[in-house]
Every structure is written in structure tokens, then in C-alpha cells.
Design a protein around this ligand. Structure first.
Ligand SMILES: NC(=O)c1ccc[n+]([C@@H]2O[C@H](COP(=O)([O-])OP(=O)(O)OC[C@H]3O[C@@H](n4cnc5c(N)ncnc54)[C@H](OP(=O)(O)O)[C@@H]3O)[C@@H](O)[C@H]2O)c1
Length: 284
């Protein structure tokens, strides 16, 4: 049996859908913090089990009789390492044979602020002795949904990255890669750097956006300080704005790209092109 945690989240739902294309529904467990939100997941024999990262009892019950766990990293920054450690302890206690974790691209070398929790979680998992696979996810293109909405209206968007490229891909690509790992053999002890086959810059993004809309949309590079101010003026909390500014630095430093092609290899198809990602963002 395969458990997917965070199964009511955007990525988790896509992984469950992908698993159902490959394995019988009664081999899939959707582990969720709020079972009442998971009725649409409970189809054709998928079991829904309560799994709150802060509640070890629920975690041990959720992992009973399970071979593989996909731990989808939590969204409560500041609490995640302790929460993930509780999941790892429960997996160990339940005798889970393979723990797959959604980490961040280049977790061991990146300086990105966002990476600290992932790096710490990887360490906890290594120390647990449970056979593991790290799926070091790059940026989701869906992160740019509000940028697209604003840019189409304003004719431009701003950031503090210059010409750096990132290997951003839509969530479904990362979900398909996770399904690949969970449904085929030989991934224990492996770390995969997951990024789009063709990296792209914000200038490329503006060009695709212009082509798709028929409007001229430009990208303006601003200083880190100006970027922080623009984000705060738009209502982004100071701390999160700092993380976004830092991620633009990471883009320029190559921390959000990888030439391994692990993402397309695991997904079993090329990654989604920037053109297609932009088209989907415009439709959403
Ligand atoms: N690579 C990127 O660009 C990027 C961007 C954003 C986030 N991320 C990371 O990737 C993860 C998955 O992304 P996503 O888009 O699917 O995020 P999401 O839609 O926010 O899903 C996060 C999932 O984690 C669950 N969760 C949070 N805290 C929990 C807790 N204490 N106990 C149990 N479950 C908990 C949420 O449960 P509920 O459904 O009940 O809320 C939700 O199902 C995020 O959580 C974050 O760590 C990556």
C-alpha cells in the first residue's frame, strides 16, 4: 500500500490521481489532516485516513500496513521540521519500507532561505535508517499565477533576478515524477534534482506571455530593496517578501535549475514547455 500525505493539497491530489492510473485504488491511502475535505478522494476504494503532522497517534494509525509513504512537505513554515520529524518517527514505528520526501532543488548546496527546513528534514530522514528517496522539486510555475494576472493588466512585471534561468515546471510534472518513483523499483537511496528540461528566465517568460496575449509585456529588473518594497506595497508580509526576493537571487545563482533531466526521466515524458505553462496560467 502507498500512502500520500497532504493528499488534499494541490500536489497531493495530482499524485493520487496519477497513482490511480497505475495501481488499484485499494492500494492507495490518502492521508489528510481534515478527512471532511477529502470526500472526492475517497473513490473506487481509495482509503482516506487522518494524518495530522502534529498528532503522532494519527500518523501511526495512518501508516498501519503501509509499504511506501510519500511525505509531501507541509506548508506551516517554522513548524515543518518538527512536523516532518514526527512523520518520520511514525513511519519508522509502523515499519514503512520506503519513505519518499518532496524536498527542494539543490537542497544540500542552495543558500535559499526556503531550503533550510528541507535540508533539516533530509537529515532527519537519513538518520532514521528508513530507505528513502528525495524528490528535490524545483519551482512550480503556478507560483506565477498572480504575476501573470498583474502583468497582463499592467503590461509589465518586476523582480530582482536579472538573466538567471530557472527550471520551473507545473505541479503535474512533479506529481508524475512522484508517481514514477512510487510505482517502479530501484529508487531507494536516490536523490533526484527535479527541474524543467529547458530552463527559462523572466525575460523568456515575458516573451511567452506577450506572444500568448498579443500584448507587449516586459520584465523589469529592480534592486532587491525595490523588489522587497514592491511586494510589501502589494500586501505581501515582510518575511514572505524577503523569501521571494531571496528566491530571485537564487535564480540568478543557478540554484533553481538543474540539467539532470531527472524530472522528465521519472515522469516518463518531456517536461511541460514554458509556452504551455504560460497558456495554462492564462486559462486559470
Ligand atoms: N516548489 C514550489 O514551488 C513550492 C511552492 C509552494 C509550496 N511548496 C511545498 O510543496 C508542498 C506541496 O505543495 P502544494 O502546492 O500541494 O501545497 P498545498 O496545496 O498548500 O498543500 C499542502 C498540504 O499539506 C497539508 N498540511 C499542511 N500542514 C499540515 C499538517 N500540520 N498536518 C497534515 N497535513 C498538513 C495541507 O493540508 P490541508 O489540505 O488540510 O490544508 C495540504 O494538503 C507545500 O506544502 C510546500 O511545502 C513548494
Amino acid at each position: 500500500m502507498i500512502v500520500v500525505t497532504g493528499a488534499t493539497g494541490h500536489l497531493g491530489k495530482l499524485v493520487v490521481e496519477g497513482l490511480l492510473q497505475k495501481v488499484p485504488a485499494n492500494e492507495v491511502v490518502a492521508a489528510v489532516r481534515t478527512p471532511g475535505k477529502a470526500t472526492e478522494l475517497a473513490v473506487g476504494g481509495v482509503q482516506v485516513r487522518k494524518a495530522e503532522y502534529g498528532d503522532p497517534v494519527s500518523l501511526i494509525a495512518a501508516f498501519e500496513g503501509v509499504d511506501k509513504v510519500l511525505l509531501i512537505s507541509g506548508s506551516e513554515v517554522g513548524q515543518r521540521v518538527a512536523q516532518h520529524a514526527a512523520v518520520v518517527r511514525a513511519a519508522k514505528a509502523a515499519g514503512v519500507r520506503h519513505l519518499v520526501y518532496t524536498s527542494i532543488l539543490n537542497a544540500d548546496t542552495t543558500k535559499m532561505l526556503m531550503a533550510a527546513d528541507h535540508k533539516a528534514t533530509e537529515q532527519v530522514i537519513r538518520e532514521s535508517g528508513i530507505p528513502f528517496t528525495f524528490l528535490r522539486n524545483g519551482w512550480y510555475t503556478e507560483n506565477y499565477a498572480s504575476t501573470v494576472a498583474h502583468a497582463v493588466e499592467a503590461g509589465s512585471f518586476a523582480g530582482s533576478a536579472t538573466e538567471g534561468k530557472l527550471g520551473g515546471a507545473p505541479r503535474v510534472d512533479y506529481a508524475d515524477a512522484a508517481v514514477g518513483v512510487l510505482t517502479t523499483e530501484g529508487h531507494e537511496g536516490r536523490t533526484y534534482e527535479l527541474a524543467a528540461d529547458e530552463p527559462w528566465s523572466y525575460v523568456d517568460f515575458a516573451a511567452e506571455l506577450s506572444a500568448a496575449t498579443g500584448k507587449t509585456i516586459t520584465y523589469q529588473t529592480v534592486s532587491a530593496e525595490q523588489h522587497q518594497q514592491i511586494l510589501e506595497d502589494a500586501g505581501v508580509p515582510e518575511g514572505f517578501a524577503a523569501i521571494l526576493v531571496d528566491s530571485d537571487r537564487g535564480i540568478d545563482d543557478g540554484e533553481l535549475a538543474s540539467d539532470t533531466r531527472d524530472l522528465s526521466k521519472l515522469a516518463g515524458r518531456p517536461t511541460t514547455s514554458l509556452r504551455e505553462s504560460v497558456a495554462r496560467l492564462l486559462q486559470s
